[in-house]
Design a protein around this ligand. Structure first.
Ligand code: MG
Length: 172
């Protein structure tokens, strides 16, 4: 059984992950509407990844003999200023998620929950990757000023991304 403080923080993190999924699904829809199917594809894969993150926490809570407490998902943005602002928002959101996972790790440490600390390492590494990939796209977008032929080229590139469920290959 998980200690109360750790369980409460993980249940909150499950909500954060599913909120992230819906935020990226909303961004995917926005890109689709703007005629950018590659960007829409990239965001749709983000959505799928976030679902697997939520599900990984979900399974962990049950593996520890505790109870998942699902909360409602807050309304996410559905309209965005431009392509650059979508990725700025994405980076900002991932930085928030990183901070919340770090706080969760602090709680696991202060509660001497070694299993949760070990479990969270996967997410800490994952966040480094998440922020790096968003930063890379953001750098390219700024170089091309978020418009013109560059956007069309980048859209083609992002169309190549395929979904891989990292949560089943690692730490299982
Ligand atoms: Mg996540």
């Amino acid at each position: 059984m998980l200690k109360e403080k750790v369980l409460k923080a993980i249940n909150q993190q499950i909500n954060n992950e599913y909120y992230s999924a819906f935020l990226y699904l909303s961004m995917s829809a926005w890109f689709q509407g703007k005629g950018l199917p590659g960007f829409a594809n990239w965001m749709y894969i983000q959505y799928q990844e976030e679902l697997t993150h939520g599900n990984k926490f979900f399974k962990y809570v049950h593996d520890r003999g505790s109870q998942v407490d699902l909360k409602s998902i807050a309304q996410m943005d559905t309209d965005f200023e431009n392509v650059i602002s979508v990725f700025e928002k994405t980076l900002e959101h991932e930085q928030f998620v990183t901070a919340s996972i770090n706080k969760l790790m602090d709680t696991a440490i202060s509660e001497s929950d070694h299993a949760t600390q070990s479990f969270l390492k996967w997410f800490i590494d994952e966040q480094v990757e998440e922020e790096a990939s968003v930063n890379e796209i953001l750098d390219t977008l700024r170089l091309i000023n978020g418009q013109g032929n560059g956007i069309v080229m980048l859209d083609r590139e992002l169309r190549q991304r395929v979904f891989v469920d990292d949560t089943v290959t690692a730490a299982e």
